[in-house]
Design a protein around this ligand. Structure first.
Ligand SMILES: C[S@@+](CC[C@H](N)C(=O)[O-])C[C@H]1O[C@@H](n2cnc3c(N)ncnc32)[C@H](O)[C@@H]1O
Length: 410
């Protein structure tokens, strides 16, 4: 068995449960979930599999050390104790980046410099040399100081996992691919689903839903930092790519349709779908939301414009109202709308069955989930209740709705 590592995958707040399911699916062990991150164990195969297959996490890192550090000496010693010479070749280039929060060591540049010195000293000793040329492969070291606890990690991903390689260009205010994938999961997209998006922009929600339905691994079209690391051999990457490819289900009946009022967005979405390998299952057309007629069997995933990033607050409210009216006139399986509009429910005209806090990049949003509730579970008074307090920090749950089934409950 290859060496085993403790691995860390940060994800956006609100995406943890979906990410945890994905990890179980690829066979990760000892999964632990905390706010915005998952920790698990695995060897070189897991590093490759996680990077290639995970749709909802931001990157995958090897945790090399975790220890208390309130002084520079403690910081140095913790780094020096890591067996760098067993992980990194003598010519490795070693950039160090990181962050500090609520800790005594507040200067990030000073911490970077101490960590780098400790790595260099250890490497020189391990390789019996006084020169480290740093002319070879880049091994990106990250540190995180939180409440005087220091974590030293090695990045295996490189460019964030949200960079799938299919979105060369984006319109204004695109949704992150990782977040779109989480929404497709929460929307219970299946291999034979019909998914529609009346505000499709560059097509991210439809494309991510299609890739999920067809089980196309999101990392197949890109490269990863650890493809050049000596402890994750090329043969392991090749094998994991083959495995991921073999699991693609091009026979799935999925269909995706996106609409946008902007012809440039529609052209871009069509081009992105082609790059993503899902153009045979997806199409994008120019249309105003006022004409949107969801098909009864459709799941609608959407990211309506919101004032902060696009247009005006009033304009966004009007569009939410129009969407609400169209959805009422053309009911379907469910609507999952992510927006930063704190008053979305009142603009849309209906209370959601459930909401979930999420971040789109740095913007706090809510995912408003509307879905069919079986009669026996409906509470008669629910419709008459006033709209509850809204707002990103408003804590409440929606007991009226059936919890959306997760992919593992299929
Ligand atoms: C927040 S963006 C969607 C971004 C998209 N999720 C992506 O990843 O690129 C909202 C989109 O709504 C479109 N839009 C604005 N008004 C519209 C209308 N009346 N009908 C349909 N689409 C509209 C905009 O052109 C924009 O592309």
């Amino acid at each position: 068995m290859s060496a085993q590592y403790e691995l860390i995958a940060p994800c956006f707040f609100g995406c943890e449960s979906t990410a945890s399911f994905e990890l179980r699916r690829i066979g990760a062990e000892e999964i632990r979930v905390t706010d915005g991150r998952l920790t698990f164990r695995g060897g070189a195969e897991m590093i490759a599999a996680a990077n290639l297959n995970l749709r909802t996490v931001e990157r995958v890192m090897v945790l090399l050390a975790s220890y208390p550090a309130s002084t520079f000496d403690e910081l140095f010693d913790g780094v020096y104790n890591i067996h760098w010479e067993e992980l990194l070749p003598a010519d490795a280039a070693i950039p160090v980046t990181g962050s500090s929060l609520d800790s005594q060591l507040t200067s990030v540049p000073a911490c970077q410099s101490i960590i780098k010195k400790a790595i260099v000293k250890r490497m020189m000793q391990g390789y019996h040399t006084s020169v480290l040329p740093e002319s070879g492969v880049e091994y990106r070291v990250r540190f995180m100081l939180r409440k005087n606890l220091c974590e030293i990690m090695l990045d295996t991903t490189g460019e964030g996992l949200y960079k799938r390689g299919y979105r060369r260009n984006a319109m204004e205010a695109p949704i992150r691919e990782t977040l779109a994938a989480t929404i497709a999961d929460l929307g219970r997209v299946r291999r034979d689903s019909l998914v529609e998006d009346p505000f499709c922009g560059s097509g991210t929600l439809i494309i991510e839903a299609a890739q999920k339905a067809l089980n196309i691994a999101p990392g197949l079209k890109r490269r990863f930092a650890a493809e050049r690391y000596s402890f994750v051999p090329a043969s392991v990457w090749a094998e994991q790519r083959q495995l991921a490819l073999a699991q693609t289900r091009l026979d799935a009946g999925f269909e995706g349709i996106g609409y946008d009022i902007d012809p440039a967005a529609v052209a871009l979405a069509n081009a992105n779908a082609k790059l993503a390998g899902v153009d045979k299952r997806c199409r994008f057309e120019v249309a105003d939301v006022a004409q949107f007629e969801a098909r009864p069997e459709a799941i609608v995933l959407t990211n309506p414009p919101y004032g902060e990033r696009m247009g005006t607050i009033e304009g966004a409210a009007r569009l939410a109202r129009t969407l609400g009216r169209q959805m009422e006139a053309h009911p379907c399986q469910g609507l999952y709308a992510i927006t930063a509009d704190l008053e979305f429910e009142s603009h849309y005209g209906k209370r959601a069955n459930k909401r979930r806090k999420m971040y789109n990049g740095m913007i706090p949003c809510q995912l408003y989930m509307y879905y069919n509730v079986p009669n026996r579970e409906q509470k008669p008074a629910a419709a008459a209740k006033p709209l509850p307090k809204t707002g990103f920090d408003g804590k409440r749950s929606y007991p009226t709705g059936r919890r959306p089934l997760r992919t593992d409950e299929k």
